[in-house]
Design a protein around this ligand. Structure first.
Ligand code: ATP
Length: 296
């Protein structure tokens, strides 16, 4: 395990921003920390980046108690760029801070500029950059020292759709090289790149798992059944049906008690002589599952 976090808690005076958070990140994972404003995402990421001291709890990085900042890349939610510097000068500055040897640095800067799609703008002043260009430069800065874990705080939230797409594409490339933990309040962004999701609300973990798990939450036993005949009350008498909602006497949405009950339902419909015109799984959308979990 690359990162192991146990009972991480941060209090600001009487206010608890993060409470008893447990999480694990493997070396090749891309994990999204998903939650609404004020959920505790930034506070969590700052603690994991070694920028904020936890009130209590354990953080182990590569099995060791101390966070070794050399192995972590961090992009804050509102990065402070020096607007008078060029992209190249800024990466040179970031590289020196990370103590990259001079000989390697030149090559590394060129590699990063190309990776971030900023070769043509390398000598231009950052002050004239678009939001998307700044964010790509921020990513280049965060990964110039080849960290093992890249921590990105809302990397796409402030971007327009094309800037968002560019940064998400870069993240998809980056995740082949290092673990990524990023925060977002938009499920769709998490869905584009991550393997695992951790949902936070009010400083507490509400749910964690992968996208397939999220899709399956109580969605797996839902089916839509349509027949040529009217089903009506006959269907309600079946005890393997937990819920049913008729759109018409011959079209119904059902929740079955178990996945095996699909076979029971089909068998019973056929025995009854019904002509089935539709029998489909009716998993809820990811957004439905997310909102339901957040509201619980
Ligand atoms: N330095 C601080 N002093 C006092 N309270 C703070 C401090 N930093 C954060 N908080 C509070 O802790 C809670 C969590 O804040 P945090 O910034 O971690 O949330 P977030 O999920 O990143 O939200 P956002 O999406 O708005 O950035 C909030 O209620 C916030 O007001």
């Amino acid at each position: 395990m690359l990162l192991t976090v146990e009972k991480l808690t941060k209090k600001f005076g009487v206010h608890t921003a993060v409470e008893q958070l447990d999480l694990n990140i493997k070396g090749n994972e891309c994990v999204a920390l998903l939650g609404p404003n004020g959920a505790g995402k930034t506070t969590t990421l700052q603690m994991l980046a070694g920028l904020l001291t936890p009130t209590s709890g354990n953080i182990r990085f590569g099995g060791k108690e101390n966070i070794d900042r050399r192995f972590i890349g961090y992009l804050p939610q509102y990065p402070a760029f020096f607007s008078w510097m060029s992209a190249k000068e800024y990466l040179e500055f970031a590289g020196r801070l990370s103590q990259i040897p001079k000989k390697q640095l030149k090559e590394k800067i060129e590699e990063m500029l190309s990776f971030a799609g900023l070769e043509d703008a390398k000598n231009k002043k950052i002050g004239g950059f678009s939001g998307g260009m700044k964010q790509r430069l921020g990513l280049a800065q965060a990964m110039i020292h080849e960290p093992k874990l890249l921590i990105l705080d809302e990397p796409v939230s402030a971007l327009d759709p094309s800037g968002r797409r560019d940064v998400l594409e870069i993240m998809n490339e980056l995740k082949k090289r290092m673990a990524i933990l990023f925060s977002t309040h938009v499920l769709h962004d998490a869905e584009q790149v991550c393997d695992e999701i951790i949902m936070l609300k009010g400083g507490r973990m509400k749910w964690s798992g992968n996208l397939v798990d999220l899709r399956n939450i109580r969605g797996e036993n839902r089916v839509i059944l349509e027949t040529k005949e009217e089903m009506g009350e006959w269907l309600r008498s079946k005890d393997y049906i937990a819920e049913c909602s008729f759109s018409s006497p011959s079209l119904v949405e059902l929740r079955l008690r178990n996945s095996d009950d699909r076979n029971h339902l089909l068998r019973d419909c056929m025995a009854k002589g019904f002509t089935i015109t539709q029998f489909a799984e009716n998993g809820r959308t990811l957004e439905d599952a997310y909102l339901e979990l957040m509201e619980q």
